[in-house]
Design a protein around this ligand. Structure first.
Ligand SMILES: Nc1ncnc2c1ncn2[C@@H]1O[C@H](COP(=O)(O)OP(=O)(O)OP(=O)(O)O)[C@@H](O)[C@H]1O
Length: 258
């Protein structure tokens, strides 16, 4: 169970995330939605501790993770893998090595530094790639792949980390519709097959509704919606997205009667 309690992050006078409290159970697939600048990235980055909270607490299975440092913090980051909009692969390295980077927290650092990956580690990485139909790409340079392929490599890298949580920050923002579907399918498959909790920031409400069991809506850093997709009416969505509603609320037939 991931618990956020009064989680707040300020940047100078600006409050990016404002007193957010949430409890997320194991195996949930949660879509974090809201307009640009609502605080979605900051929320995810605080959970992974890439950004430190100004106030509030983060607990994982009852254990305080808000103040972890050093080795304990590295272990926590090993447990909650990040998937970024821009993939964050090493473009000149081959695909298999990029996936093996996800095993770093599982092998002694001297072996990782020398890139002495065991046959077993390689098999784990290859099997993750094969799961997303990308086994044949293992020897290719990561930088030569399409955006959608690179994002699925990034998801395979997250998977071999054997995390309890995957935090995906706008993972499809730069992809075309076909690759968007492949990447979202990959996240949903990981969630269902392995019971890994997934928190995914999505700008598109349609995608969030289609793929997530639970939606969490932020407006100006505050939690303004938490519930199943069915409970998110178009009226609530229009409040969440404001002027951007026309872009994200699918058909928007009722925009005029708001
Ligand atoms: N490092 C930072 N320094 C100063 N302000 C920041 C920093 N990171 C985020 N912010 C501000 O915090 C607010 C929330 O940003 P955040 O990136 O979390 O929103 P978001 O919902 O993820 O938006 P987007 O979809 O555009 O990425 C924004 O106003 C942003 O400018």
């Amino acid at each position: 169970m991931l618990e956020l309690e009064g989680l707040t992050r300020r940047f100078g006078a600006m409050t990016a995330v404002d007193c957010v409290s949430l409890a997320i159970g194991p195996g949930e697939m949660v879509g974090v939605i809201g307009r640009s600048g609502a605080g979605k990235s900051t929320l995810l980055r605080m959970i992974n501790r890439l950004t430190d909270p100004s106030e509030g607490r983060i607990r994982w299975n009852g254990r305080e993770v808000t103040a972890l440092r050093g080795r304990a913090l590295r272990q926590w980051r090993g447990q909650c893998a990040m998937v970024f909009q821009q993939f964050n692969l090493v473009p000149r390295l081959d695909v298999l090595t990029n996936v093996l980077v996800g095993r770093l927290s599982h092998v002694p650092s001297w072996r990782a530094l020398l890139r002495l990956w065991s046959e077993e580690e390689r098999a784990i990485a290859l099997s993750a790639l094969e799961q997303f139909d990308m086994g044949a790409l293992a020897p290719q340079q990561a930088g030569s792949l399409s955006g959608g392929q690179q994002q699925r490599v990034a998801i395979a890298r997250a998977l071999v980390q054997e995390p309890a949580i995957i935090l995906a920050d706008e993972p499809v923002a730069s992809l075309d519709p076909r690759n968007t579907q492949l990447v979202m399918d990959a996240l949903a498959e990981i969630n269902r097959r392995y019971g890994i909790t997934v928190l995914v920031n999505l700008h598109s409400l349609d995608l969030a509704r289609r793929y997530c069991d639970r939606l969490v809506g932020l407006t100006a850093g505050r939690l303004v919606f938490d519930g199943p997709p069915e409970a998110l009416t178009d009226a609530v969505a229009r409040r969440l997205y404001g002027l951007e509603a026309a872009e994200v609320v699918g058909a928007v037939p009722a925009l005029a009667d708001a």
